[in-house]
Ligand binder design. Sequence first.
Ligand code: NDP
Length: 283
Amino acid sequence: MAEIIDGKALSASIREDLASEAKRYEEKYGRKAGLAVVKVGHDPASEVYVRNKIAACDRTGVRSFAYELPGDESEERLLTLIDKLNDDPEVDGILVQLPLPAHISEKKVLARIRPEKDADGFHVVNAGGIMLGLPCTKPCTPAGIIELIKSTGVSIAGKHAVVVGRSNIVGKPCAMLLLAENATVTVCHSRTLDLASYTRSADILVAAVGIGRFIKGDMIKPGAIVIDVGMNRDDGKLCGDVDFREAEKVAAYITPVPGGVGPMTVTMLLKNTIESAFRCRED
Ligand code: NDP
């Protein structure tokens, strides 16, 4: 049976260190590190994510600034708010919860956030930084995935890592971070032919597909590390992209859903905010 990679426990231990760092920042600079969280409209999943992020800030000693805008807010007014937050000396990180309503361009909004305050690591400058291996803010979910893999104690270098999914926020940056850790990386997507032939050769398998229980037990190499990014609703219950019951019989290590990647994503957001607060002062 696979060993569970406990994202909650790992998060709790990293958050203890982050709380000390947040306290050190406050003592040194006389104010808390600050994260602005902007939500537009009433997407139910976004409401939960935003609530969790704000609660995590409070518990870690990061000040949160919540902006809840109506669903019909204009793009122009949202961009004006971002400009204001970019210039606000109390705000070290800015997060705009996605998805945005269809009349607002995500591309434009993400590009408007100053890269140094881009807590999510989605700005093109940070995406480019990952590609070139430069110091930059890493996107939270992929950064959390790397920490989860490292927590097993298994070395990433030389392993075959297969990432299923090529989104700009999970799949692609995750592949780049695995490459930076010296894995041999294969990226699969909806047009990949014979997907199972790739997943079955993965020492490290990252599933970021968005289809519940998509990865079956017979698609997994015995002894693999399986990271399940998926957050899908099945009859109101959360389920991952991996068929957990089947996979735990084959894999050596596996993340559960919930309690795996999700908590680490929020933890990496706190880390990005605190690091950005220090960077602003010490550069
Ligand atoms: P996207 O929908 O943006 O991307 C899904 C990817 O899966 C695409 O690259 C797509 O390929 C690929 N895909 C779809 N169908 C197949 C298929 N049949 N075979 C192989 N590949 C396929 O999703 P995200 O990357 O944003 O998110 C993925 C999952 O992770 C979702 O469940 C999401 O909710 C979850 N998530 C969880 C987070 C967390 O903190 N736990 C954070 C972010 C996301 P193509 O490019 O060809 O269309």
